[in-house]
Design a binder for this molecule. Structure first.
Ligand code: ADP
Ligand code: MG
Length: 457
């Protein structure tokens, strides 16, 4: 009996640890730059966790050093959010474990891993079966299924748009998984637009443009995620335009996702906009209460965890705007309950969700103005005013950008909050911020800080 109990605990403990780490990675994915995440963090896994600390497996000693130097603060913060505890974090090199049967060994620092990021893979968990369908996403789901069933034949391109964390990447990858599994296609490629950009730059720098071209032209199905990233990158737009034309002419399917519809992508080349919208354009809206409950239940079942109805209801009524946030809250509650060794109750959930609710506090335009003004060290009046001082202008542009990306406001609405500026001014602001973010790492870090303040404050 006793041994069985211990066995269960160990097994249960491992599942909890894996779940916690997945929660941490989910948070980090939205907080650190994507290239960095894919290169350094996506390849980590959890080795053990107990009340005092967590041990993370990384490929080798170089990774351990790099991650500790560059991501320790982010990881600590995310871990704290997920577990509600201050756990010690240590990194263990996987190769050293293999060679020495568990004894830690540092690798020479001299040889860094290849800079080229790992190719993105389709993740099996992003399937149609795992996608909960409700009013908010029914049409997008049906379109995605239809395209997966008959790639290249009906809706080409399919363009899926919607806010952050609403299931765009999930549907996109589900199309790939299904089409591959059902042998509708053989050559599938999934990539976020940002990674495509890096790849293009590398191809130009290393004079391998032909390889790049061939790679993207010999596909049955191209899944291009987050193409709002194309804004302000003319070269990339041009390349995507040609890739699309080529694939389309060859009868291959292309699916795009974006945080807004094609016509709202500021300063995108007209011919590209018309291509993007030439097939079927579908949107995903935030899920209604019923769907949120269903998602929580499905997720808890996947985790083989007990989720009482009243707790599910509590989470679903508190967290509304993003499925990712919903999942994050659930993972956190499961972690808190398992670390405390107590079943999940409404009281426990209330307590554990308290600061999370603060994080999820709906952001409105006033809050964006207040936070941006504070971060730029100016007053909200100055931010909304008409002064052309460089610092004021930049702050104003950042605020416009955040209203667009966080609140999905129309250009006209945004202009309205700044003394009735017309939509071309707003468009220019969005484009400028996108552009700065892409090429100026200081600015990108600053923007990131503003976003954090917006989430946390
Ligand atoms: P987006 O790409 O729109 O930002 P994701 O596709 O990454 O959002 O979704 C965020 C998380 O929420 C993922 O873990 C995804 O599996 C989950 N998710 C989103 N929508 C649903 C849904 N309808 N049913 C189940 N899980 C969902
Ligand atoms: Mg996504």
């Amino acid at each position: 009996m006793a041994t069985e109990k211990i066995g269960q605990q160990v097994e249960g403990g491992f599942t909890d640890a894996a779940r916690v780490w997945r929660g941490v990675l989910d948070l980090l994915r939205t907080r650190v730059r994507r290239e960095g995440f894919e290169t350094w963090l996506s390849v980590t896994s959890v080795r053990s966790m107990d009340g005092s600390g967590i041990e993370i497996e990384v490929p080798n000693g170089f990774f351990a050093d790099w991650i500790a130097q560059h991501y320790a603060t982010d990881i600590r913060a995310a871990l704290q959010e997920v577990t509600n505890q201050d756990l010690a974090i240590s990194f263990v090199a996987r190769d050293a474990l293999k060679e020495t049967g568990g004894i830690r060994q540092r690798e020479s620092r001299l040889r860094p891993p290849a800079v080229r990021p790992e190719p993105f893979r389709l993740q099996a968990r992003y399937s149609f079966e795992n996608f909960v369908v409700g009013e908010s996403n029914r049409f997008a789901f049906a379109a995605a299924q239809s395209v997966a069933e008959r790639p290249g034949q009906r809706f080409n391109p399919l363009f899926i748009y919607g806010g952050v964390g609403l299931g765009k990447t999930h549907l996109l990858q589900a199309i790939g998984n299904y089409a591959l599994g059902a042998k509708r296609v053989t050559r599938v490629h999934y990539t976020p637009a940002e990674a495509l950009f890096t790849e293009l730059i590398q191809a130009i720098a290393s004079d391998t443009r032909l390889d790049f071209k061939n790679k993207y032209r010999n596909l049955d199905l191209l899944l291009l995620d987050d193409i709002h990233y194309l804004v302000g990158k003319e070269r990339l737009q041009e390349e995507v335009f040609h890739i699309f034309n080529h694939l389309h002419a060859a009868g291959s399917q292309v699916v795009f996702t974006s945080d807004r519809p094609p016509k709202d992508l500021p300063n995108l080349e007209e011919r590209l906009v018309s291509r993007l919208g030439s097939g079927l354009v579908v949107d995903i809206q935030p899920p209604d209460l019923e769907t949120r409950m269903a998602i929580l239940k499905r997720k808890a079942a996947c985790e083989q965890a007990e989720l009482p109805e009243d707790v599910a209801y509590l989470i679903a009524t508190r967290i509304k705007h993003s499925v990712r946030a919903l999942e994050g809250a659930l993972i956190r509650l499961l972690a808190v309950s398992s670390l405390a060794g107590k079943p999940l109750t409404v009281a426990m959930a209330e307590q554990a969700l308290k600061d999370l609710i603060r994080v999820e506090r709906p952001t409105d335009h006033n809050r964006i103005i207040a936070v941006v003004a504070e971060q730029f060290g100016i007053s909200p009046q100055e931010l909304r005013g008409t002064s052309r001082t460089k610092q004021f202008v930049l702050a104003r542009q950042v605020a416009m950008f955040l209203m667009r990306t966080k609140l999905n406001l129309s250009l006209k609405e945004i202009g309205g909050y700044f003394g009735g500026k017309d939509h071309t001014t707003v468009m220019h602001a969005l484009e400028k911020v996108e552009r700065l973010r892409a090429k100026d790492t200081n600015f990108a870090a600053r923007l990131q800080k503003v976003c954090e303040a917006l989430n946390g404050g």
